[in-house]
Design a binder for this molecule. Structure first.
Ligand code: FAD
Length: 444
């Protein structure tokens, strides 16, 4: 089923690239990150074009919950402890700036922009909340620990960030994209640093920004080690008590809440893509428990790229590619992540410095525990002696997802319809089948 956003907006349409062109900056991928990069470059008078493989916002952006906040879970205590004051302070400053840029733009556009407080709650571990508030005090941010968040179960409190925002992501994207230089249905099939080939045309560019959600060039940057994808589920509930704020659990796999109009957007069931049996059923059960009188109006699932340290990868694709850039690894905070990509990359492609470039650099230290888990999952998937279905990205064995009737890759999160077509990247081509399919899989 589709998200509440797709039903309530008409997106602008763009033609397909049918010739060979030249431009200064090529942006690949028309989700929130690519569109905001294009918008910033247009504002700066830079010659650019954007290639989108399907229609704009047909990836993760159409399925987000669209909370705009500098509060990314309980990240500041971790950043302060492991990265130091300067890094944590810059991360906070960058995300506050991103929130402000959305609010400045959003008030001028019909996109249901609303001010809302953001909360991270804990159900048992109050110490984590106290540490987060202390870390934020240390950084000079006035976060508050509140005792009774407006949620349908007991908690031990929540950390509040006041005056953040929530909006309709597709109304926003439609409004800012309508006058941009975009080609739709123009997937990039092959790529060198300065040249992109689509089915009917090509683009030669001086600089290229890859904003394709999971970066698709494997030979540079090691993104297949630096990221995995996490899949989550969302229900839009009617007749559920209002929460009037944006809530997320401080623990992995917890529940998320925000209102949109009369609906409660109720999220959860998160797990590494390819690992989950049925996240929808787990979430429906939670909805029945906490909101027995509510009706499920629609439900959807989506996934995001998880970086090694909770911060996005925004900057040069690798240290060996001076003119190839990337915006990815948003860790489920890709609204501010997309805005930060536009802020940082619009400077870098114009040869300007940006104060946040260093902390988001994709070439930063990757020696984190998650790296070993990513490498282990990939090795298991690739070396597993089993026929069945394999991913066209790096050859990992795919897992059948009975709840969604898809083949999912636990290594890097590519997903395929039961017919074999790619639903989610990094895979670019049909899945590979070895041997005979079980009947229930072949029938879908
Ligand atoms: C359940 C869930 C809830 C979330 N909620 C929030 C939230 O409340 N707040 C928040 O800040 N973040 C949230 N996020 C994260 C956020 O939605 C994403 O990080 C963000 O939408 C990603 O945008 P993007 O532009 O990078 O990717 P996408 O929107 O996926 O765009 C990538 C585009 O690239 C195109 N593309 C891919 N390959 C090619 C190619 N070869 N050639 C041309 N085009 C190509 C695709 O078709 C697609 O349109 C959430 C994520 C999940 C999973």
């Amino acid at each position: 089923m589709s998200s509440v956003w797709t039903e309530t907006v008409k997106m602008p349409e763009f033609g397909t690239l049918k010739r060979d062109i030249r431009t200064n900056v090529l942006i690949i991928g028309g989700g929130m990150a690519g569109i905001l990069c294009a918008y910033f470059l247009q504002q700066a008078g830079v010659d650019y074009c954007l290639l989108e493989g399907r229609e704009i916002c047909s990836g993760v952006t159409r399925n987000t919950t669209a909370k705009i906040t500098a509060q990314h879970g309980l990240i500041y205590d971790k950043l302060l402890r492991y990265g130091g004051r300067e890094k944590a302070g810059l991360f906070l400053k960058a995300n506050q700036l991103a929130v402000k840029r959305y609010r400045d733009l959003g008030w001028l556009i019909d996109c249901d922009m609303e001010e809302a407080d953001a909360f991270v709650y804990e159900r048992e571990n109050r110490k984590k909340l106290e540490r987060e508030v202390r870390a934020l005090e240390h950084l000079g941010y006035p976060a508050e620990l509140i005792e009774h968040p407006n949620l349908p179960f007991e908690t031990v409190g929540a950390v509040r960030f006041e005056k953040q925002a929530q909006f309709h992501p597709l109304k926003f994207a439609a409004a800012i994209a309508k006058n941009l230089h975009i080609y739709e249905h123009s997937p990039v099939r092959e790529m060198t640093e300065y040249f992109a080939l689509t089915d009917k045309g090509s683009v030669a560019a001086e600089k290229v920004i890859v904003a394709t959600h999971f970066p698709f060039i494997n030979r540079r940057g090691n993104y297949y080690l630096k990221m995995y994808q996490e899949r989550s589920y969302v229900l839009a509930l009617k007749q559920a008590a209002r929460v009037d704020g944006m809530y997320i659990d401080g623990e992995k796999g917890g529940l998320s809440f925000r209102n949109y109009g009369d609906y409660l957007l109720f999220g959860g069931g998160s797990e590494r893509t390819g690992k989950k049996k049925d996240g929808f059923e787990q979430l429906r059960e939670a909805a029945r428990r906490y909101y027995p009188d509510a009706e499920i109006v629609t439900e959807w699932a989506t996934q995001d790229c998880m970086s090694l340290d909770g911060m996005p990868y925004i900057g040069r694709y690798s240290s060996h590619t001076p003119d190839l850039f990337v915006a990815s690894g948003f860790h489920k905070w890709g609204m501010t992540g997309a805005m930060l990509s536009a802020i940082v990359l619009s400077d870098l492609v114009q040869g300007r410095e940006n104060e946040f470039a260093l902390i988001f650099s994709p070439s930063r230290n990757i020696l984190k525990p998650q790296l070993a888990i990513n490498a282990w999952e990939a090795m298991k998937g690739i070396l597993r002696p089993y026929g069945g279905c394999r991913c066209s990205h790096m050859g990992c064995v795919l897992q059948w997802n009975a709840g969604e009737q898809t083949w999912d890759c636990p290594c890097h999160g590519s997903r395929f319809a039961y017919t074999g077509e790619v639903l989610d990247n990094p895979a670019l081509h049909q899945m590979k089948r070895f041997g005979k399919m079980k009947k229930e899989h072949a029938d879908g």
